[in-house]
Design a protein around this ligand. Structure first.
Ligand code: ATP
Length: 274
């Protein structure tokens, strides 16, 4: 999903209205982002800038999409990294990678004539796990570098940096990360309810030929527990079933087959990881 390193999109095209459901999360995020947009006003009240926003929730619920939409909304350049990149890095390399990430964000923003940058770190728990008794001492330098960079963010810099991070294990994070001035805003991105599932299904079938018998409401009702990513996969699988049968349109039965397939896939995933 993320290029291994140095992945840069200058400004992502994702808009908040392309994210199904997540109404409360979007509202809370936009409220925080308005601080970034109206930073001069914020500064005149002596309000401390928001430096870090933590998105928490199960895999595939749209956390990355939210971070990209945040960059689009605030006209910020976007750079990203994933905690998993830091696994098995030699001591010091991870810290260097963090330093580069912040430097790249500033350089890219200047090059694009933008005044803000969003740095997105997926799977933050890999580098920001609790330090007490941890066996992952090699991550300490990486985490320390991240904390140093965040502490160095000032409201009056020519490029304002906002760090967004995602995790599905908030309880695992080191408390140093959660202190005021660091990741002190937490937004929960939950699995979609039925209404949200229907919205997500509609979004991902916009560009697909749907037969008259397709009932997205019914499909939403039959996909309790599915994440946005699984729903996206479901629409794709349904289209593949239709194509295999040389049908010009996707029918309800193709969706039923696809539901079984996605559910089975989950089961095998679990079996292989346990
Ligand atoms: P992970 O924790 O596994 O990194 P994530 O929460 O960051 O997952 P995304 O990468 O944002 O999830 O979502 C993966 C894909 O699933 C998206 O590119 C999109 O196609 C689809 N998706 C997930 N949530 C939504 C949503 N709320 N609305 C529309 N599409 C969604």
């Amino acid at each position: 999903k993320h290029a291994k390193r140095g992945q840069k999109e200058s400004i992502p095209s994702v808009r908040f209205d392309e994210i199904g459901g997540q109404e409360r999360a979007k509202r809370e995020l936009i409220e925080a982002l308005d601080f970034l947009i109206h930073r001069d006003q914020i500064a005149s009240y002596g309000i401390r800038p928001i430096k870090g926003i933590l998105l928490t929730g199960p895999p595939g619920t749209g956390k990355t999409l939210m971070a990209k939409a945040a960059a689009h909304y605030t006209n910020s350049v976007f750079v990203s990294a994933s905690g998993s990149e830091f696994v098995e890095m030699y001591v010091g390399v991870g810290a260097g990678r963090i330093r580069d990430l912040f430097r790249d964000a500033r350089t890219l923003a200047r090059k694009k004539g933008k005044t803000s940058a969003i740095i997105f770190i997926d799977e933050i728990d890999v580098i920001g796990g609790k330090r007490e008794g941890s066996q992952h001492r090699e991550y300490d330098q990486t985490l320390n570098q991240l904390l140093t960079e965040m502490d160095g963010i000032q409201a009056d810099q020519d490029v304002r940096i906002l760090v967004m991070a995602a995790t599905n294990r908030k309880d695992m994070l080191d408390s140093a990360l959660l202190r005021p001035g660091r990741f002190d805003r937490h937004i929960t991105v939950d699995l979609p309810d039925k209404k949200a599932r229907k919205q997500i299904l509609s979004l991902h079938t916009r560009n697909k030929p749907l037969g008259d018998d397709v009932d997205l409401d019914q499909i939403a009702g039959e996909t309790f527990g599915f994440s946005g990513a699984q729903l996206e996969s479901l629409t794709n699988e349904a289209a593949i079933y239709a194509m295999r049968e040389n049908q010009t349109e996707i029918q309800q039965k193709h969706f039923s087959q696809a539901i079984d397939k996605v559910m089975m896939g989950e089961k095998t995933d679990r079996e292989t990881t346990q």
